[in-house]
Write a protein that binds this ligand. Structure first.
Ligand code: FES
Length: 149
């Protein structure tokens, strides 16, 4: 068998397996229970060399407000314009890379895909994620918040 024939057969097999899995996960028989993932999706690496600013006069004014930029989500977790009133972590879940959100009521990050939860400092509270979120440095000068890392 020639190499391209072999690869072609692999491609067809992969598509067939993937389609079967997707249909099984999303078909009528789905119970609505989130998948715990099959370990087949590798989350993206957290962004590096991040650098952006937030104008606190117009953004992140209320506790729970968030902004996503450069693959990072920065959230106001408390009143006042001190560094401890904010947190910044990678927005991609460490499980399979879905974008996490911040639950102001619960005071933690939640992934809508399979339900992983992370503390304000990025630590895993609830899986299936097992790795912490990368955190980014925050600095404040006047009403300008800078995120870097
Ligand atoms: S992608 Fe699976 S819990 Fe976030």
């Amino acid at each position: 068998m020639k190499r391209d024939e072999f690869l072609s057969q692999l491609g067809i097999s992969f598509v067939a397996v993937c389609a079967g899995s997707c249909l099984a996960a999303c078909g009528k028989g789905d119970t609505g229970t989130p998948s715990t993932g099959g370990g087949t999706v590798t989350p993206p690496k957290p962004p590096t060399n991040v650098g952006f600013t937030v104008d606190l006069n117009t953004e992140l004014r209320n506790v729970g407000d968030s902004k996503v930029s450069n693959g990072v989500i920065v959230v106001r977790t408390a009143a006042g314009n001190s560094v401890s009133s904010f947190t910044a972590v990678q927005v991609a879940c460490t499980h399979e890379g879905s974008s996490i959100g911040y639950s102001a009521n619960q005071g933690k990050f939640v992934c809508p895909n399979h339900g992983s939860e992370f503390s304000n400092s990025g630590s895993v509270i609830t899986g299936p994620a097992t790795a912490s979120l990368k955190t980014y440095a925050i600095a404040i000068s006047g009403t300008t918040l800078s995120v870097s890392g």
